[in-house]
Design a protein around this ligand. Structure first.
Ligand code: B12
Length: 211
């Protein structure tokens, strides 16, 4: 019901209602749960409707933009998080879907990790070069299209296998839609949600000391 209200506010471009619904959900469930239970299913439903020809791509685009703005406003309200913990490289691999990366960046920062945001649309060679030059201990990659996911093996190879190579953590819609995809691609750390990003960061890098 609430997801439907959020979805219809997005499609009617009612930014105020979008912001209010998000704030209400946040007050009830906390930031991460509000995002997972409202933004993710609403955008997923919008994607399905577009696929079935009931929505135009422009409506999908505008819904994404409005979510980005609403989330940015919420994040800024808390003040920019100051992080001093381990560094994590983060990027959207090959495609241009940025909403998931923003959410992952925000929860990692809020948990004390320093995020090096490499942007979006990066190919395997470019991304590996950036991560290796920065010597990040972990590289998180958001992937929204199956076609992009199919190139992750190239990224894995370009990162190399020496002990200095960053731990590769991937996430995004193709892995949520097909839970076996990560295994098929030979990837070890595959996340389905922003909470999984924190889970892997803690597992491999430890919990940052509070400041
Ligand atoms: C919004 C959207 C767009 C917007 C993007 C706007 C933006 N600024 O991001 C626009 C309109 C630009 C767009 C364009 C296109 N899109 Co699009 N898009 C979507 C849509 C509807 C929602 C994506 C989204 O924002 N979801 C909300 C976020 C919060 O969820 P999320 O990214 O999954 O992230 C969550 C988790 O996955 C996880 N996570 C994400 N990353 C990571 C990383 C790590 C390390 C971890 C641990 C976790 C994690 O945490 C997040 C919070 O839970 C999806 C549908 C869907 N089911 O995902 C289609 C979808 C991804 N798009 C699709 C397509 C086909 C396209 C286009 C090719 C359309 C076209 N003909 O031009 C283009 C391609 C553009 C490009 N080159 O990248 C298809 C892909 C199909 C496929 N087989 O791969 C989808 C699945 C729609 C569909 N059902 O067909 N799109």
């Amino acid at each position: 019901m609430e997801v439907q209200a959020f979805q219809s506010a997005l499609l009617s471009m009612d930014r105020i209602r979008v912001g209010n619904l998000l704030k209400e959900s946040l007050a009830r469930e906390g930031r991460m749960q509000a995002i997972e239970s409202l933004v993710v299913p609403a955008m997923q439903a919008i994607g399905t409707e577009w696929e079935q020809g009931r929505l135009a791509l422009a409506q999908v685009y505008m819904s994404g933009r409005i979510c980005e703005q609403a989330l940015d406003a919420l994040i800024l309200e808390d003040g920019p998080p100051v992080a001093t913990g381990p560094r994590i490289g983060l990027a959207v691999f090959m495609d241009q879907h940025q909403l998931g990366k923003r959410i992952v960046a925000s929860v990692l920062k809020a948990s004390g990790y320093r995020v090096l945001d490499y942007g979006q649309g990066l190919d395997a060679e470019t991304l590996a070069r950036l991560a290796l030059a920065d010597r990040v201990p972990m590289l998180m990659v958001s992937v929204l299209m199956l076609h992009s996911a199919m190139h992750l093996k190239e990224l894995r190879q370009a990162l190399g296998t020496n002990p200095e190579a960053p731990v590769l953590v991937v996430g995004g819609a193709p892995f949520r839609l097909d839970p076996t995809l990560g295994r098929e691609l030979g990837l070890e750390a595959v996340g389905e949600s922003a909470a999984d990003a924190i889970k892997f960061a803690r597992q491999y890098l430890g919990v940052p000391c509070p400041i």
